[in-house]
Unconditional design. Structure first.
Length: 627
């Protein structure tokens, strides 16, 4: 796991960019503190910072050039089946100087070109330069686990693992107000767009080859949709297959030359991964984080139950609001384009403490999106029914809107959910999905901003995101869209940014493409019904986990923002980042909209105001730093 960056010049010489590629390395040194270096040759400058996981010797440092001196690679990620591929290459006459997967990736490409990508099982973003043909090849993993941003103009193509490295090449920094509008709806920037015009995220499962100004693009993987012809023959067989595939995916991810552990929140997903991991490695350490001041959000009790059941060496980190505040600026500094999923604070702290023990951690990310783990999935399942209770909730929407709403109390959260559900019942399937995927409704997000988005461009983007949801959608269409939107834009971004901020590699067995493809072949009835979400996951792994963790309320990794904003951060919000004078000087937001939102935040009916204010805090801090 590492960080990469580089620039490919269509006509100019690359030697003049030496200082910029070095600066880009320094900007992402947290991703790879073990070694950094650059490679420059005519039209190419490549930078790499290394976190040593496979073959920690200096022989595997990057940029890595093979013995003929023709091909050079910078690579971020892990290929879990690299030893099998290496053996095949040796049988074809290749020799190896290292025991790293980096050399295997490079020589696989030399042997088979882009065709080899479909054989790689892992997560990656890499660039290979062919000095003889002056040609650059770039690829990204199937699910978009490892990030790669790109900027192109008439003279050059620039790429990097993080925006902060890309900015070291002095690219234009023009805010895309259509993206900003999307950000304030979702609290993150959806892929493949970014906050700056001209910068995009490379599509998952894709590759690109550049020779001069000629660019060829292609896909080696497309996320499969549900096909009844490919569905398992029965539920019991599906359970057996799921167990086998996930067990193999976990086992693949236990290969490491450094200490390895597993996140364990006490939810089903991380519990399954931890239980399977300890089967193959009895010395696994597990790690969880909880909230000492907020029992409603604390799940460490369940994590400890699981740890005792599976026999792991468990570590619990209890946080109070002061702990969250202590990492606030480290998290904000790590964010190089607006990203307001507040659970990033908890992931950052968890990664910090986990790194003290191990350099690699397994996680349960991806299961919610594949198997229907979110509250909105239950809501969507119920919304598809014509029932008296749905009619009553829909008619009662004005009433729910009048009731106290907050995530921080049992009844206020119920009223909040009833209001959102009632609103959703009155929308089409696609619009309902968009509303429930959003924190802030379109009209409210529009009222925040002085500058309107490009409405035609926004409509095209929204249409692309929602294109997989039909008028009579089922849950599989929603899950498919979640894998494209929520997983890539929110979950994977959060985990990569926060874990790599502490040079911790996180591996996600649920996102092994064999598991993803199988999950997408399952009918809705295997995943959700009136009583249970993630049905097949629960039924398959119930025998190896404590009964207490099944069918309990889901909190995820939420952070208790409201109390924090009303106390420790109140002055920072009102006297600095959202002070009326600064808002007027900045000329981005409607002052009155900010004023009303803050009034709601500090009232006894805050609703989702805390999440919306957090999005503003993140943006304001980012804007001051980068713009």
């Amino acid at each position: 796991m590492c960080g990469i960056n580089g620039i490919y010049l269509f006509e100019d010489q690359a030697y003049s960019y030496k200082s910029r590629v070095e600066n880009a390395n320094r900007a992402i040194i947290h991703r790879g503190p073990d070694y950094q270096s650059v490679f420059i040759d005519k039209k190419i400058a490549l930078g790499h910072v290394r976190l040593s996981i496979m073959d920690t010797s200096t022989a595997a440092n990057q940029p890595y050039t093979e013995e003929s001196q023709r091909f050079t690679i910078v690579y971020n990620g892990e290929i879990f089946n690299f030893k099998e591929i290496r053996d095949d290459l040796i049988s074809k006459g290749h020799s190896f100087k290292t025991n790293s997967d980096t050399e295997v990736v490079l020589k696989s490409y030399i042997e088979n070109g882009e065709k080899v990508l479909s054989r790689f099982n892992g997560f990656f973003a890499f660039a290979i330069y062919d000095a003889q043909n002056e040609e650059l090849f770039i690829a990204r993993d199937r699910m978009g686990i490892k990030p790669l941003l790109m900027y192109r103009d008439e003279n050059r193509l620039i790429f990097a693992s993080e925006m902060k490295a890309l900015l070291e090449y002095q690219i234009p920094k023009e805010i895309d107000y259509t993206t900003l509008f999307q950000y304030f709806q979702l609290n993150y920037v959806p892929s493949p767009w970014t906050i700056f015009k001209g910068v995009d995220k490379m599509e998952p499962g894709s590759w690109m080859r550049c020779k001069g100004k000629q660019v060829e693009k292609g896909f080696y993987y497309h996320l499969p949709k549900f096909d009844s012809q490919k569905a398992p023959s029965n539920y019991q067989e599906a359970q057996k297959t799921l167990y086998t595939l996930l067990d193999e995916a976990v086992q693949r991810r236990l290969v490491s030359d450094v200490p390895l552990g597993s996140f364990l929140s006490g939810g089903i997903d991380s519990s399954v991964i931890s239980a399977l991991a300890i089967k193959h490695n009895p010395n696994i350490n597990t790690f969880s984080v909880g909230y000492a001041d907020e029992p409603l959000f604390d799940e460490t009790h369940y994590a400890e139950l699981v740890a005792r059941k599976i026999g792991s060496n468990h570590h619990t980190f209890k946080l109070d609001n002061n702990d969250l505040y202590s990492v606030l600026y480290r998290v904000l500094d790590a964010i190089d384009e607006p990203f307001a999923d507040s659970s990033a604070l908890a992931v950052n702290i968890l990664s910090y403490y986990t790194k003290k023990h191990v350099s690699v951690a397994l996680s349960g990310d991806g299961a919610d999106e594949m198997f229907s783990g979110y509250n909105k999935h239950s809501a969507e399942f119920k919304a598809g029914e014509k029932s008296l209770i749905n009619s009553m909730i829909s008619m009662g929407t004005p009433l729910w809107a009048m009731m106290p709403q907050s995530r921080n109390g049992k009844y206020s959260n119920l009223f909040r959910q009833l209001h959102r559900f009632g609103e959703g019942l009155q929308l089409s399937s696609a619009e309902r999905y968009w509303r429930w995927a959003s924190i802030t409704p379109e009209k409210e997000a529009q009222n925040l901003l002085l500058s309107s988005p490009d409405w035609k461009e926004y409509a095209n983007r929204k249409s692309k995101i929602l294109s997989h949801i039909s008028n009579n959608s089922d849950i599989n269409e929603v899950l498919y869209t979640d894998l494209k939107l929520v997983l890539q834009g929110d979950m994977l971004t959060k985990v990569d940014l926060m874990s790599m901020n502490h040079a911790l590699e996180v591996r996600t067995p649920f996102l092994d493409y064999t598991v993803v493809d199988f999950a997408n072949s399952l009918p809705v009835s295997y995943k959700i019904n009136h009583k249970i979400r993630k049905k097949i996951l629960q039924d398959t792994f119930r025998p190896i986990l404590p009964d207490e963790i099944f069918n309990r309320p889901k909190h995820g990794f939420e952070v208790p923002l409201l109390g924090w904003f009303q106390n420790e951060l109140k002055e920072k919000i009102t006297q600095d980042l959202l002070h009326p004078d600064f808002i007027c000087e900045q000329q981005i937001f409607h002052p009155k909209s900010i004023e009303l939102l803050l009034q709601k935040l500090f009232s006894n009916r805050p609703g989702d105001a805390a999440a919306k204010v957090w999005a503003l805090i993140v943006f304001q801090y980012w804007w001051k730093k980068y713009c």
